[in-house]
Design a protein around this ligand. Structure first.
Ligand code: SF4
Length: 407
């Protein structure tokens, strides 16, 4: 079985490096030009180059979204841009327009061309069509069920990628003009204002038909496909994709690390994972998630349970408290950068590429001048803290529960 790719998002270099350190095989990002998510902190060419060089050190790959739906005036400079991406060493461009697919194949033949989910590929014939254009991979629409995915993979001769985690559109991804109508911001040129998630009063004529105390929203639950990963791997898929170029480094670290462990365990398990095992990973994802999650379309057409009519989110279950900057093994002390408020006596849970959820109670902290600190409440402040096990630079610390993984 080929190693399946875990593909993570990144909105900047910090998040790109975090994703790769925490176990992503590839990272996708948007350039400053020709990309959706124009409001995400996209990369310029120098940053893409730095990202490629960093990825190369880990044997990871960089994919760049070139996924606008272009009008004639949007194509100026595209050929030069694609050639530059090829020269920098980018592995693939993710494209939503047959025009750009053709141009990429012609002017930058070393770049793989991946058909974006914006093309809503939901069947084998669509995948065959893109194959005839010479593309390397098709990213399936989020609106496919698991059975449909298995059938498409079986019938196709190109690589198949599908989403396993993150936000869902209430419309077919990329087929929505709600934001255009509501705000003048074009969702297909990177400007979506997520108008579906706003809260509305619903009227039929002059009659208010929605509950005045609970405003109506069209938001979907986020996708969490942990229980389908084993089937996806064994179906012969090439890549499993996490959504969220706007998400924080902490979110990326938590989700990527958890999928890394889940995928590695699936590969070793000939009969699939137990319910208890899936529950464990689901709890781990919940430490990053701040919105309710569901199975999207994987189990078939979504029911009412998949939508969020009244609420948009739930609270984060664990706070991101600090980042480890250094560790002094001799003194059992770590240097940390504060991200959220915590105090002596609180329970900390450390996780990182080489540390899996080890907890301890904070007994002593001091600042750079050696003054004892009882309360950390200044974001980015540097503190020193005793820790009863080995930690590493770039490990992350969140608020733990004293009865979990306790040291
Ligand atoms: S408004 Fe909502 S459904 Fe439409 S593109 Fe934006 S996120 Fe998707």
């Amino acid at each position: 079985m080929n190693r399946i790719e875990l593909l993570a998002p990144a909105g900047d270099l910090e998040r790109l490096k975090t994703a790769i350190r925490y176990g992503a095989d590839a990272v996708y990002l948007g350039g400053k030009q020709f990309s959706l998510r124009s409001r995400a902190s996209n990369f310029d060419l120098q940053e893409i180059k730095e990202g490629v060089e960093f990825a190369n050190q880990y044997g990871a790959k960089i994919h760049v979204t070139v996924n606008i739906v272009p009008h004639d005036e949007d194509l100026t400079g595209l050929e030069e841009y694609l050639k530059q991406l090829e020269e920098i060493g980018v592995t693939a461009v993710i494209v939503a327009s047959v025009t750009i697919m053709e141009i990429a194949k012609r002017v930058a033949p070393k770049l793989e061309v991946h058909v974006s989910t914006q093309q809503s590929s939901t069947n084998s014939a669509a995948v065959s069509f893109y194959e005839s254009l010479g593309v390397n991979r098709v990213v399936l629409a989020r609106e496919c069920s698991m059975e449909q995915i298995e059938k498409i993979v079986k019938n196709s001769n190109v690589d198949i990628e599908a989403f396993i985690h993150g936000g869902m559109c209430v419309n077919y991804s990329g087929r929505c003009t709600l934001s255009n109508w509501m705000t003048g911001r074009d969702a297909n040129r990177g400007g979506c204002a997520q108008s579906c998630r706003w809260k509305y009063h619903v009227y039929e004529g002059d009659d208010l038909i929605s509950d005045p105390d609970c405003l109506f929203s069209m938001s979907s639950k986020d996708l969490l496909a942990a229980e389908y990963v084993w089937r996806m791997i064994h179906a012969g898929m090439t890549s499993l994709k996490i959504e969220g170029r706007m998400k924080s480094a902490y979110y990326i670290a938590t989700v990527v690390k958890t999928y890394r462990m889940l995928i590695d365990e699936c590969v070793k398990s000939p009969k699939g994972l137990s319910k208890e095992c899936i529950n464990y990973y689901t709890r781990e994802f919940a430490k990053a998630e701040n919105r309710p999650t569901g199975l999207g379309f994987l189990a078939g057409l979504p029911s009412e349970d998949t939508h969020l009519y009244g609420v948009n989110g739930a609270g984060v279950t664990h706070d991101f408290l600090a980042m480890v900057l250094d560790y002094d093994e001799l003194n059992g002390q770590m240097k940390i950068e504060v991200r959220n408020r915590f105090e002596v006596g609180c329970c900390m849970e450390v996780f990182g590429p080489e540390v899996n959820n080890q907890c301890f109670i904070v007994e002593h902290m001091m600042d750079c001048e050696g003054n004892e600190v009882m309360l950390a409440n200044k974001p980015t402040e540097i503190l020193y803290c005793k820790v009863p096990f080995k930690v590493h630079k770039y490990d992350m610390i969140r608020r733990g529960k004293a009865d979990e993984n306790f040291i």
